[in-house]
Every structure is written in C-alpha cells, then in structure tokens.
Design a binder for this molecule. Structure first.
Ligand code: FPP
Length: 249
C-alpha cells in the first residue's frame, strides 16, 4: 500500500481544521494498570500501547496535525524491574525494525530525543537508521522521547551554551530564548500546543518542561491502551474550546 492509496480518515464535522493544534504531545500513561486489571502481565499493556500509538499517529496525519511527540521512556523509568526495562528496550527496537517501511510509505519523519547514548547499542543503531532513512520525508514529524528528562535536557543545554561562552564563541548577553531553544533536544520541532496525559494524573512528570510554558494540558482518566479515536476527538474538542492568551489579555 502506498501513501496515496491509504484511505484517509475524515476530520469529524465538529472540529475546525484551522483551529487544530499544530503539535500534539502525549504522556502515554496507564499501560501497567490496564494489563493488571485484566489479570495480565504489565508488558501486555505496553504491547497494546504500541497499537494505540500507531493509530494515533495515523489519525494525526489524516487530520493534518503537523507534529506528534510521545513520552516513551523517562530517565526515571530505569528504576522499574529489569525485566520490564529490557522488555521495553526490545519492544522499541522490534517496533522500529517492523514499522520503518510503513513510515517511509506514509511519509513520516521520525526523530528520537533524550540521552540516547545510554540505550542498548542495538537499539541505538535502529534509532539512527530510522532517523536517517526518514529524514527527508515531508509528512508528520513524529518525535519519540526515550531516556528523556526535561531537567536533564535543560542542564545539557546550559552546559553546551556555557562551553561556547568559555570558548568565546558567544557573549553572555547573546543568550536569549531563541538561542536557548537551539540547544534543546527538540530544536526545530516547536512547542506543543496540546499535551494529552492519559490515566488521570495531573502533572508533567519531567516532560517538555521548557516547551510546555504555554501549552494546553488535557488529562483523561482513560488508560493509554484504551485511548482511541473518540478519545482523541474529545481531547481536540476540549482544546478548541480553550482561549489561548499566552499571558496577554
Ligand atoms: C506508561 O505506562 C508507559 C510506558 C512507560 C511505556 C510507553 C511505551 C509504549 C506505549 C511503546 C511505544 C513504542 C515506540 C516504538 C515509540 P505505565 O507502565 O507507567 O503504566 P502504569 O502507570 O499503569 O503503571
């Protein structure tokens, strides 16, 4: 199937195309609870979570949302039982290998952000390959935060800037928001307009701390493996009812 022959899903009539978020970010929470409620091991929730993510990526593309950024693995997630961490690393690698061809067909540009050097070598290789191969695609920008922490991202940006100051490449008074953003992992992707968090928790959990300065937050009690088209539709309706003032009147 080629990108052109894929049947696009229509935008629901109550959504205004010109008022859709340009960039959606998601904290995909609740996989473990979803599995536990069904008497299944936690990893089954992650497995199902991948299918849900694929559907969301396709919906975003069909509804002309330009960028989707998801929190796949935080710097704190290393604290989980080693079997679960290993399962997740293997899952990321397998999914990347399996989905690369389809991402090419669907014109997806994938990018990973975070401290990638700490990931298993074989996963790093797969990440590099997927980023290189999709780099010239023109469709949706899909960003996967892996071994990502917002505070760590800010600290590494500070270090990089301090290094340049020390070398005399920039003067301290040249440091402004634009320069700072240029040193973040997410350079070029732009800030999210809407952050969706599933499974009810009302916090950022170290995700996109700088980038979410003015982003709208939508929290649903639905667990990630149950987040479907209707749920996304609801989130977008809520977004369209928000008045975004960016600190102005
Ligand atoms: C949070 O649920 C979910 C994760 C830490 C992993 C999310 C990863 C995926 C859905 C796979 C994505 C795959 C690719 C290739 C991008 P949780 O385990 O914290 O659930 P709980 O809060 O119920 O315990």
């Amino acid at each position: 199937m080629t990108a052109n022959s894929v049947v696009l899903q229509d935008l629901p009539a109550d959504l205004q195309r010109e008022c859709l978020p340009r960039h959606v970010a998601v904290i995909m929470d609740g996989n473990g609870r979803w599995a536990k409620r069904r008497g299944m091991p936690r990893i089954m929730g992650h497995r199902r979570g991948v299918d849900v993510l694929k559907n969301l990526l396709r919906l975003c593309r069909d509804w002309s949302i330009e960028a989707l950024t998801v929190y796949a693995f935080s710097t704190e997630n290393w604290g989980r039982p080693s079997e679960e961490v290993e399962f997740l690393m293997t899952l990321f690698e397998r999914v990347l290998r399996k989905e690369l061809q389809e991402m090419m067909q669907e014109d997806v540009r994938i990018r990973f952000v975070g401290n990638l050097s700490a990931l298993p070598r074989s996963l790093q290789a797969e990440i590099e390959r997927s980023m290189e191969e999709t780099a010239n695609n023109q469709g949706i920008q899909f960003t996967v935060a892996t071994n990502y922490g917002g505070r760590q991202e800010i600290i590494q940006a500070c270090r990089a800037i301090a290094d340049k100051v020390q070398q005399g490449l920039i003067q301290p008074d040249q440091i402004d928001e634009a320069l700072f953003e240029h040193h973040l992992y997410t350079v070029g992707i732009g800030d999210p307009d809407l952050l969706i968090r599933t499974s009810g928790e009302m916090r950022l959990s170290n995700f996109l701390l700088w980038q979410m300065a003015y982003g709208e937050i939508y929290v649903t009690d639905t667990l990630w493996p149950d987040f479907d088209r209707n749920e996304f539709h609801r989130a977008l309706c809520a977004y369209q009812q928000r008045e975004r003032r960016f600190g102005k009147l």
